[in-house]
Design a protein. Structure first.
Length: 108
């Protein structure tokens, strides 16, 4: 078998403009990872119109200023005893060469 290839030009996202403050975010900027981008198609009887596309791009500062009082922000630290126990089990399984989750393939 011989494979043949053709060249293609593809477009990749390189920047995003905040819809609120007009700040330009680029992919190699740390703020790029913290932006909020929403895009969805409105459903039947939506206040946005049946089938319309609803989209929004916000920088992290605008997310905080606009949505801050409604955001639920949780620490990613492993603080609880349960988190510590799960981490210890995972580390022990990793050192023993065992998988994270055991699956009985006969039951699949």
């Amino acid at each position: 078998m011989m494979l043949e290839y053709t060249s293609q030009t593809i477009a990749v996202v390189s920047a995003c403009i905040c819809n609120r403050c007009q700040r330009r975010l680029v992919t190699d900027d740390m703020d790029w990872q913290e932006r909020l981008s929403i895009s969805y198609r409105a459903g039947y009887s939506s206040i946005f119109g049946d089938g319309n596309t609803v989209s929004l791009d916000l920088c992290q500062q605008c997310v905080s200023e606009v949505l801050g009082s409604w955001l639920k922000i949780e620490s990613s630290e492993l603080n609880s005893a349960e988190d510590q126990e799960l981490l210890a089990i995972a580390n022990a399984r990793l050192q023993d060469g065992k998988p994270w989750v055991e699956v009985d393939v006969d039951k699949l």
